[in-house]
Design a protein around this ligand. Structure first.
Ligand code: GUN
Ligand code: ZN
Length: 425
């Protein structure tokens, strides 16, 4: 057993449903085999376990590991392509890089950079858009297995309107997905996700193959894009003759194990369907701002009972930091002058941790630092004289401290990261 002594902030009770930030100024977390077996004021935990090792993290703040609900592994090297709307950005930046994933050595390098970047950002769990090439997806799973993060991912499939090297057939998509899932689904912390890139690039037979694969795999996840950009939405309507979400729904792909990225321009009917089926939306605020996709209608999602988690959407998003995404989510609501949701620091932390855990069906394991959960955590220890250090020393209360964390934290402030109780950074 190891006892971690720290100031701990987490959100076990959903602030969108009346919960508040939980702050323990001097907590003890006793961890055995990666599970938190005791949590109480440090003095009490110490008294109950007087012989065990203590790791003193008092000089900083301990948070639950962050959960990125939408991130693209092949796009690490193209972060920062500014000045284009979605379809131009895909054509000029994303798709040429995605085609390079056919080269195994190139993909191996990107996979290593990707997994390192997650951990450097304090992200311990992610729902990952894989590559269009199965060997590249294997390499990413291998890199994650070696380095530690919990990954749900899979082959990205498309059969039209992308660059032709990225097209496959429904049968091949099914077969290669099934082979990847046989290797990775349920192996260690890895799980398989079925991933059509977006309805625009998938025919009905391709989405039917996705449905068949998803149905054949017990506990698989489903993820894709929806309602990101008006030109994209118009094209999907032209192709399918229906609302964007219905292009997936008619194939049985909207349900509690589905995560839809963006949803910046939904109809009320689509929000109603998301709410009743229990699907989650991954809100990707820096990407939405960078591509000019729009200001996320969070209030309408909440009105319809749609769960919302946070995604970095690297590489349209501007980096791996979910602190930056949280801050940008706050900005976006401030800029929606009519109906913006006044997000508190507790909302931001919840969206970056517990909401993502729930979206991935991992909420019995992770998302906060309660007794019984796995010890997936990050320790912020601001460097002396860093802006975060100054800001935290002048914070007036725990919510204010958390606001400052979302405002100031950069990679150098993240001192340690654990997954399942193992130090991974
Ligand atoms: N829609 C289809 N593919 C992509 C992608 O790679 N990034 C984003 N942001 N939207 C997409
Ligand atoms: Zn995306």
């Amino acid at each position: 057993m190891t006892i971690y002594r720290a100031r701990v902030l987490d959100t076990p009770d959903d602030p969108f449903r009346g919960g508040t930030l939980r702050s323990d100024a001097d907590a003890g977390l006793a961890v055995t085999d990666g599970t938190i077996v005791d949590r109480a004021p440090f003095a009490d935990v110490r008294a109950r376990h007087p012989e065990d090792d203590v790791v003193d993290l008092s000089d900083g703040v301990l948070l639950p590991g962050l959960v990125d609900a939408h991130v693209h592994f092949p796009q690490v090297r193209i972060i920062g392509g500014l000045g284009m709307p979605l379809l131009d950005w895909l054509d000029r930046c994303a798709l040429p890089e995605e085609a390079r994933m056919a080269d195994v050595e190139y993909a191996r390098g990107v996979a290593a950079e990707f997994v390192t970047s997650l951990l450097e950002a304090g992200t311990t769990t992610a729902l990952v858009f894989g590559a269009h090439f199965a060997p590249a997806v294997d390499l990413m799973f291998e890199a994650a297995e070696a380095a530690g993060p919990r990954i749900t991912s899979g082959l990205v499939v498309s059969d039209r309107l992308l660059h032709p090297q990225l097209h496959t057939t429904p049968q091949r998509a099914y077969d290669e997905g099934a082979e990847l899932a046989a290797r990775w689904h349920g192996r260690g912390r890895a799980r398989y996700a079925v991933i059509p890139r977006f309805a625009l690039s998938c025919s009905d037979p391709m989405l039917a193959a996705c449905q068949a694969l998803h149905d054949s795999l017990h506990g698989s996840w489903f993820t894709t894009h929806v309602n990101e950009n008006p030109a994209e939405i118009a094209k999907v309507r032209e192709l399918f003759g229906c609302d964007y979400l219905d292009s997936y729904h008619k194939h049985g792909l909207v349900g509690p194990r589905s995560v839809f990225a963006h949803n910046v321009h939904p109809t009320d009917a689509e929000l109603g369907l998301l709410g009743t089926t229990g699907a989650t939306v991954a809100h990707c605020p820096t990407s939405n701002a960078s591509l000019g996709s729009g200001l996320f209608p969070l209030g309408r999602h909440l009105d319809h009972g749609v769960p919302v988690a946070l995604g970095s959407d690297v590489g349209a998003g501007t980096g791996f930091s979910l602190f930056k995404e949280g801050l940008q989510a706050y900005f976006a609501q401030r800029l929606r002058t009519d109906d913006g949701v006044p997000l508190t620091p507790a909302h931001l932390l919840h969206m970056a941790t517990a909401a993502g855990a729930k979206a991935l069906g991992l909420d019995d394991l992770i998302g906060d630092l309660s007794t019984g959960k796995r010890f997936d955590a990050l320790w912020l220890r601001p460097a002396p004289a860093s802006t975060l250090d100054t800001a935290l020393r002048h914070a007036t209360d725990p919510d204010d401290a958390l606001a400052r964390i979302f405002t100031h934290t950069i990679r150098h402030d993240i001192a340690n990261v654990w997954v399942d109780g193992t130090l991974v950074r």
